[in-house]
Design a protein around this ligand. Structure first.
Ligand SMILES: [Zn+2]
Length: 392
């Protein structure tokens, strides 16, 4: 079916191109004989190949018949792109290289062909060649500049060359402001490298740049909170924890161990912090609610913690919350009932053991652990914690 569709599209592209080429040729009086010319001969030979079910030979013949002139360039580009999409990149490269060698292209057309050729090289992993062509388009201020920057930044991303990714990303963000969300992650990656070298100051500088690119980057906020805590700056750490709660309370569970340590050091009122986080969101991750119930249990005992949890579970049912509730009452149950309770707990635990807790908003990929970049669609910050009825 896809082959048929490809062939149909291909034939349409060729027919249009052939017509335009022929019209142009008539215009410049190249086509002396309207019938029986070289173009017509190629056309009928190609048709013959098609009828004999030899599509490859037919395509080659049609391309030879299709004269390259300013009006047929688009057709040639489309043919090359179709080859590339079909997986026949070698042939796509040939078509685009042949086009690029033509002296009669306008600057815009030449740039488009150069961009297509770079994409062909990218498809087959010939990165240095693609990079050279894209660099040229960028430094020549081509109309294809923004597209070239997108592809170039992806090369650096794939090679995990974060310094180069930041350099290109900063140019791209001036043309496409939405790219700032991705650029912030490149700064975070640089901060990670600095962290591995134990260069804390450099890491903090990179994280500052990440927030400069995108103030809502929770990864940078979390990393800053961790860095400050490692340096013993608990007050600074609390500042970032508050920033996290304001920016995106759904990510507070990632910082709960840190928040607990800050509370142990006396730098944070954990109950007050959690109340603020839970109070400002319509629905909260169950991990945040369980942490709050723990605090109630520590200060007021099991019964108020249980009441708090039951009230929450009635509003937002959760199997993890149910297990928490069972554990809370485990010691208060008679031996026989306790046995049944533990059996029931085992069943629920088995049910949730494989459950995914995060999902990519862009492609639907779900996972048990948080990734800042989706392994499937490669989007940054697209994976979010599941909550409410979607979470278990
Ligand atoms: Zn995705």
């Amino acid at each position: 079916m896809r082959e048929l569709l490809f062939l149909g599209l291909f034939m349409a592209a060729l027919a249009i191109g052939w017509y335009l080429g022929r019209r142009e040729a008539i215009k410049v009086r190249f086509l002396v004989e309207p019938h029986g010319s070289a173009i017509d001969r190629h056309y009928f030979i190609g048709l013959n190949y098609l009828l004999n079910e030899q599509p490859d030979e037919a395509i080659e013949t049609f391309i030879r018949a299709l004269e390259v002139n300013p009006e047929t360039v688009e057709t040639h580009i489309a043919i090359g792109r179709l080859f590339c999409q079909r997986g026949d990149v070698e042939r796509a490269i040939k078509v685009h290289q042949n086009l690029l060698a033509r002296p009669n292209l306008t600057r815009e057309q030449g740039d488009r062909v150069q961009y297509e050729l770079a994409r062909d090289y990218l498809t087959v992993g010939m990165y240095p060649r693609a990079e050279r062509l894209l660099d040229e388009l960028i430094s020549n201020q081509s109309p294809m500049r923004a597209d070239a920057l997108v592809d170039l930044v992806r090369i650096h991303e794939r090679e995990r060359d974060w310094e180069q990714a930041v350099e290109v990303g900063e140019k791209l963000v001036t043309e496409r402001p939405a790219f700032a969300a991705t650029l912030a992650h490149y700064h975070c990656e640089r901060a990670l490298t600095a962290q591995r070298k134990r260069d804390w100051q450099q890491a903090i500088t990179h994280l500052g740049s990440a927030l400069g690119a995108n103030r809502a980057n929770v990864r940078a906020i979390l990393m800053l909170a961790e860095l400050e805590e490692q340096q013993g700056n608990h007050r600074e750490c609390v500042k970032w924890l508050n920033q996290l709660a304001e920016t995106d309370p759904d990510f507070v569970p990632q910082a709960l161990p840190l928040a607990r340590r800050c509370a142990d050091n006396g730098a944070l009122n954990l109950s007050g912090y959690l109340d603020k986080v839970i109070g400002q969101a319509r629905s909260s991750p169950i991990a945040t609610v369980m942490e709050r119930a723990d605090e109630i249990k520590k200060h007021s005992g099991t019964a108020p913690a249980s009441r708090y949890m039951v009230a929450h579970l009635q509003a937002e049912p959760s199997l993890r919350g149910l297990i928490y509730l069972m554990d809370l009452h485990e010691n208060a149950v008679e031996p026989k009932g306790r046995e049944n309770l533990l059996a029931l707990r085992g069943v629920i635990e088995a049910l949730i053991s494989d459950a995914h807790q995060y999902r990519c908003q862009a492609c639907g990929f779900s996972t048990r652990q948080l990734h800042w970049q989706c392994p499937t669609c490669h989007g940054w910050s697209t994976i979010r914690p599941l909550k409410g009825h979607k979470a278990i």
